[in-house]
Design a protein around this ligand. Structure first.
Ligand code: ACO
Length: 324
């Protein structure tokens, strides 16, 4: 008998305000054509000034609970992946806990930027498989627009706000690849690459939140290589080939990085869940947002094999293979 962490329900939330590339043209020296051609992004959502990361996380988590047919009191803990918390402390996760009536812990945030959701999934999976919890809410939520330099056209056109969530439950399985649940996760980091993508502020340094600074070309180069490596690692670990994958659910940073990973895998683009055109890069929220969209529109069906992957500042990166 093997314990697997099975997805019971998914949810997501996007702020109402849509900001198109045309809107961006009025703010910085850019064009719709440049943004679409280099990134695949056409528009992104922007949270209201008084709408914080926790507000979006709570809505996404509420939807995931509803999809699972559960209430907050049925959940043993909350893990939120975010780099844009409302306050330095307490965590976004405790706000989700209080709002949804989750009565116990563990409740905490995970900070691994765009790989944050894969990191949070891995921690949740570990807690579930060791019996420390039976059901967990895992959320990715970001207000990226609050750390953008709106005068820097090389970064401000890339990011958006939103949240995605899922409910995981520990279930007994036979240990076969056909079992539902998380089959494996694979995490990596290389702190020597921290200077190619960072935020130039923080509590102990400047006492400000800071803004995103990025060497786009170098991040792009690393992302294409490292994403290809980690998806191969996930397949090899499970003794399967890319032909077994039903859906690639990648972090949505840039269509060209996603195309590169799909090509390396030999997966057609119509097997890739794409939201980057409408959401931009929502960092830790992008994978669960994409997952929820494809579950709700019926593309992802029970039994499908999903490959999730993402890379972010740190650099941090990872992948997860999940039987939905
Ligand atoms: N509009 C118009 N022109 C622009 C813009 C813009 N928004 N931004 C840059 N340019 C200009 C540059 O100034 C440069 O002009 P120059 O040739 O006169 O100097 C030209 O366009 C080319 O710029 P590059 O940086 O070489 O463009 P590139 O093709 O590399 O695309 C991009 C830039 C889209 C940022 C790309 O490098 C990329 O996607 N990088 C990866 C980003 C990423 O994946 N981040 C993921 C992690 S995010 C996280 O963890 C929070």
């Amino acid at each position: 008998m093997t314990i697997r962490s099975v997805i019971l329900g998914t949810g997501s939330y996007l702020p109402e305000k849509i900001m198109t590339n045309k809107d961006m043209e009025a703010i910085v020296d850019t064009t719709d054509e440049w943004i679409v051609q280099r990134t695949g992004i056409r528009e992104r959502r922007v949270a209201a000034a008084d709408q914080n990361t926790a507000d979006m996380a709570i809505e996404a988590a509420r939807q995931a609970l509803h999809a699972a047919g559960l209430q907050g009191s049925d959940i043993d803990g909350v893990i939120v992946a975010t780099s844009t918390p409302d306050t330095t402390f307490p965590s976004v996760a405790v706000k989700v806990q209080a709002a949804l009536g989750v009565r116990q812990g563990p409740v905490f945030d995970v900070h691994a930027v765009c790989a944050g959701f894969i990191y949070a999934l891995t921690v949740a999976d570990s807690l579930l498989r060791t019996g420390a919890a039976r059901r967990l809410l895992v959320v990715g939520a970001e207000k990226m627009t609050s750390i953008l330099n709106w005068e820097d056209r090389t970064t401000c056109v890339l990011f958006g706000d939103g949240a995605g969530a899922l409910v995981l439950e520990a279930q007994e399985g036979s240990g076969e690849i056909a079992d539902r649940g998380i089959l494996s996760t694979h995490l990596h980091a290389d702190g020597n690459l921290r200077d190619i993508l960072y935020v130039n502020g923080g509590v102990s340094s400047t006492q400000t939140a800071g803004h995103i600074v990025m060497e786009g070309k170098e991040v792009f180069r690393q992302a294409v290589a490292l994403m290809a490596d980690v998806v191969t690692e996930a397949l090899d670990h499970n003794g399967i080939s890319s032909a077994d994958i039903d859906w690639l659910v990648p972090h949505q940073a840039n269509i060209r990085i996603i195309e590169g990973t799909a090509k390396k895998l030999g997966v057609e683009l119509d097997q890739v869940v794409l939201t980057v055109d409408r959401h931009g890069n929502t960092s830790a929220a992008s994978i669960p947002l994409a997952l929820d969209e494809a579950v709700r529109d019926g593309r992802i069906q029970p039994g499908h094999l999903l490959l999730l992957e993402g890379l972010g500042s740190g650099l941090t990166w990872g992948a997860a293979l999940i039987r939905y």
